[in-house]
Design a protein around this ligand. Structure first.
Ligand SMILES: Nc1ncnc2c1ncn2[C@@H]1O[C@H](COP(=O)(O)OP(=O)(O)OP(=O)(O)O)[C@@H](O)[C@H]1O
Length: 277
């Protein structure tokens, strides 16, 4: 098996407090997992606020340096990528999607401006027709087209539409991995499932792996292949999503699950489906 992404004993500490009363906060403790290059999957990181999910995502994207441990993407150490060209190449293959789609697009520019910039930056395109074609192709992957989006501003679109466009923007460089940090928490509840279903579709049709970060167990249960549950920086449980979420072992994940799901996976599925419908 060759690894798409490999985290080995990753730790992140922060110094907090003032000069006289500083202490160390262990935000991420000894996290290890591997995503297989030949088996695209939806790998979900579940946890309550402050459990270390975002810090883990930021390290995977190269935006935060681990205190110790190693992060490798397609065989290369993420922390060792220094050159501009190396960073650009890495970023084209590992793309982020953020929580707030309204913040992802500056309201003063039309949406297509951001999509075209991404095509120029990551694909090195200069020809207008080629930029249009790459943008249109990515928009089609999320059920939209350039004709529908061209010339429009973010305030003219719903949160759900904007999040779809944010996914399209991430697809323009043809990534192998998408890291989506709470991508549906600010999207209208009625549209959440359509966004997470889209992730499943990208996994199956385009072979993109998704790291889905959420505190929402129902969407996690519904779309994840594997899941890790983080609590105060530790991975307290990991494995096949429906097993972990349907039959949690650790006290924290038990409490978390019982709040939403009964232990019986089939009953849990029914409750989730009823919630989703
Ligand atoms: N730059 C920083 N400096 C100091 N502490 C930080 C920093 N970034 C994160 N932390 C702390 O690290 C811990 C983990 O934060 P993190 O954002 O990774 O959690 P999270 O699970 O993503 O939570 P949320 O969903 O609220 O973002 C928290 O206690 C947070 O306050």
């Amino acid at each position: 098996m060759s690894a798409l992404l490999e985290l080995r004993n990753v730790n992140k500490d922060y110094r907090i407090g003032g000069f006289f009363d500083s202490s160390t906060l262990h935000a991420v403790k000894n996290v290890s997992f591997t995503l297989d290059d030949s088996k695209p999957e939806i790998f979900t990181i579940v946890g309550e606020s402050g459990s270390g999910k975002t810090t883990t995502a930021r390290m995977i994207l190269g935006n935060e340096t681990p205190t110790s441990g190693s992060l490798r993407f397609m065989g290369q150490s993420i922390t060792a990528i220094r050159s501009r060209a190396g960073k650009l190449k890495f970023m084209s293959k590992a793309q982020p999607i953020f929580q707030n789609p309204f913040e992802a697009f500056n309201p003063l520019s039309t949406i297509d401006y951001f999509l075209f910039s991404t095509a120029r930056r990551f694909l090195g395109l200069r020809d207008k027709a080629a930029i249009d074609a790459a943008t249109d192709k990515a928009l089609h992957h999320v059920g939209l087209s350039l004709a529908e989006v061209r010339g429009r501003y973010s305030h003219e679109l719903s949160g759900g539409q904007l999040q779809r466009i944010a996914v399209a923007r991430a697809l323009i460089p043809e990534p192998k991995l998408i890291v989506a940090d709470e991508p549906v928490s600010m999207v209208d509840a009625s549209l959440r499932m359509s966004i997470v279903n889209l992730f499943r579709d990208l996994r199956d049709r385009l072979g993109v792996s998704i790291i889905y970060i959420t505190h929402d167990l129902s969407t996690a249960y519904y779309i994840s292949d594997r899941v890790i549950i983080m609590y105060k920086g530790d991975v307290v449980e990991s494995g096949v999503a429906q097993e972990v979420l349907g039959n949690p072992q650790h006290a924290y994940s038990k409490a978390l699950s019982q709040a939403v799901l009964p232990p019986d996976p089939e009953a849990a599925r029914k409750i989730i489906m009823a919630k989703i419908a």
